[in-house]
Write a protein that binds this ligand. Structure first.
Ligand SMILES: NC(=O)C1=CN([C@@H]2O[C@H](COP(=O)(O)OP(=O)(O)OC[C@H]3O[C@@H](n4cnc5c(N)ncnc54)[C@H](O)[C@@H]3O)[C@@H](O)[C@H]2O)C=CC1
Ligand SMILES: O=C(O)C(=O)COP(=O)(O)O
Length: 531
């Protein structure tokens, strides 16, 4: 069945066309982002959700989104998506990190000109036939100091354009390297220095717990008298009430705001102030940017739903389409090994050590690790997947370690996972043959060769005659067909294991009957989803 995607905010038609061309069913309902009840009612029908900033992907919405696998943000900021809640539910969150950055940077520059020369007010006055030539006295940008808070993609472009305007640019960004600052032609400074020096301040940081209120009342008080402030990043970065007071007192000469604490902003303390220029979150609103982000988000969502390729996800390592094709069997194997271990474990896991040997050690290990951990944790919670598992494992304090090596002899490559609890250590290894089929090759250090099936039975016993007959006879009597039977032992007369691939699940009564023979130390049915 074709995956289904809902577009709940206004996106360029390009997105809808791409979904259709790629064979993804798409419903375009651009008003739904503003109607959370209606959205919550229908969200369970969709595998993917494409949004901009109006749709709020809250924990509550995600609870209803029982089939959702991916949220794609056609834009940059994802503060409208509860990413931890999405991760816990195994939903990938992607954005389009570059599609609208030039456009947004240009909007910030336009806003800077607008407050330097009071363009909107002068325009309104002229339209009104007033010809107030002497009222609108502006300031030049030339030789002024621009303080850029956040010099990432957008901030970096703003720096570049401002240098072109012959401004002096200082940037505050803890993650900006001296080398990059030099390349941009800007001076890296601390926040207090920026506040003290800047004639114009422009914000380009994401809204996080650390950046919220970065221009607080206290910080606004540290700015130069006559400063002008531009916010084309997020409402919530500037204390709006404090900004109004600073504008009223004349300490701040002007402010240009594209974003507001509450959006849509139909009321705001700053509305109506003569020195404030406002736009309704238009930073990304150009034909070019909207084409870029719509195209990118539709391709990314389709790639993920159709091939498992992951690009620009905020809660999952990237997997290219090429990698997804090569790694597919290995990701499956990693999940199966994890599932084997998870189903065999009844006590809390302290650590999981993952060894990658040979060709597989050169693959995307973050993704493979996520698949192993997902498999392990799925035994306790079937809802867990590659996205949610690493988060949950971390929450539970499980130590994950990875080793790469290239020592394999018999196999070109293999994956071996060792799980450690207070009581025991358990390890399972597997490989993929050229047919792409995952196989288990070692359990508890005992070599075997077992194709992975959906329903399996694992037994351990002392190496004595008659075990094959006993297993075959009992299963046969209950009409359980054996597709594949693998045996292994550590040494003659010592520990032996059997792994049976069955055509149907084995009933608890049959397990009990085998246990009652007293011949087995363990009789454990195992299930492998998607095998
Ligand atoms: N008005 C609009 O329509 C649009 C607004 N945006 C907003 O712009 C923001 C920035 O976008 P990009 O430049 O693409 O993001 P980015 O991630 O490339 O850059 C953000 C920069 O902020 C820096 N940063 C993070 N925490 C900081 C802190 N506490 N203090 C100082 N710097 C800090 C980072 O090191 C990074 O360099 C987005 O998060 C989004 O909220 C983005 C697009 C359109
Ligand atoms: O990309 C971003 O972060 C934006 O803020 C753009 O928002 P929008 O898609 O125009 O609602």
């Amino acid at each position: 069945m074709a995956p289904r995607v809902l577009v709940s905010d206004e996106l360029s038609e390009t997105a809808v066309q791409i979904f259709r061309d790629r064979g993804v069913e798409v419903d375009y309902m651009p008003k739904l982002g503003k109607d959370k009840e209606k959205l919550a009612e229908i969200i369970d029908q969709y595998d993917g959700l494409a949004i901009r900033s109006a749709t709020k992907v809250t924990e509550k919405l995600l609870e209803k989104a029982t089939n959702l696998k991916v949220v794609g943000r056609a834009g940059i900021g994802v503060d409208n998506v509860d990413i931890p809640a999405a991760s816990k539910r195994g939903v990938i969150v992607m954005n389009t990190p570059f599609g609208n950055s030039i456009t947004t940077a240009e909007h910030a520059i336009a806003m800077m000109f607008a407050i330097a020369r009071q363009l909107p007010e002068a325009s309104a006055s002229t339209h009104a036939g007033k010809w107030e030539k002497s009222k609108f006295m502006g300031v030049e940008l030339f030789n002024k100091t621009l303080g850029v808070i956040g010099a990432g993609n957008i901030g970096g472009i703003v720096c570049d354009r401002a240098v072109g305007l012959k401004m002096k640019v200082v940037a505050y960004d803890p993650f900006l390297s001296e080398e990059r600052a030099k390349q941009l032609g800007v001076t890296k400074v601390e926040l207090d220095e920026l506040l003290a020096k800047a004639d114009f301040i422009t914000l380009h940081v994401p809204l996080t717990d650390k950046t919220r209120n970065i221009l607080s009342r206290e910080n606004l008080a540290k700015t130069k008298k006559g400063v002008r402030i531009i916010n084309c990043a997020r409402g919530g970065l500037v204390d709006e009430a404090a900004l109004k007071d600073a504008l009223d007192s004349g300490h701040v000469a002007g402010a240009a705001l594209d974003v507001f604490e509450v959006e849509p902003a139909t009321e705001n303390v700053l509305f109506g102030h003569p020195n404030v220029v406002c736009t309704p979150h238009l930073g990304a609103s150009t034909t070019e940017a909207q084409e870029n982000v719509a195209l990118q988000v539709a391709e990314q969502i389709s790639d993920y739903l159709l091939s498992g390729a992951v690009q620009n996800a905020l809660n999952m390592p990237s997997v290219t389409a090429e990698e997804a094709a090569v790694m597919g069997p290995w990701l499956k194997l990693a999940g199966h090994i994890g599932a084997f271990i998870g189903q065999m474990t009844e006590e809390p896991i302290k650590a999981i050590n993952i060894l990658y040997d040979g060709a597989v050690s050169g693959m995307n290990l973050q993704a493979l690790n996520a698949a192993v951990i997902g498999g392990v944790m799925k035994a306790a919670n079937p809802e867990v997947n590659m996205v949610s598992a690493p988060v949950l494992a971390k929450e539970r304090g499980i130590q994950i370690s990875t080793t790469r090596q290239d020592k394999s002899g018999v196999f070109d490559a293999f994956v071996k996972v060792t799980m450690i609890t207070d009581k025991r250590e358990r390890s399972v290894a597997g490989t993929c043959f050229s047919d792409g089929k995952p196989r288990f090759i070692q359990i508890k250090g005992i070599n075997i060769d077992a194709e992975v099936g959906e329903h399996m039975l694992y037994t351990t016993n002392e190496d004595v005659p008659g075990i094959i007959g006993l297993l075959g006879g009992t299963l046969g009597k209950h009409g359980v067909n054996i597709a594949n039977f693998t045996l292994g032992r550590s040494a003659v007369g010592k520990d032996a294991i059997a792994l049976l691939y069955l055509d149907q699940p084995i009933a608890p009564a049959v397990v009990a009957e085998l246990e009652a023979t007293g011949k087995f130390q363990q009789v454990k049915p195992l299930e492998f989803d998607g095998a």
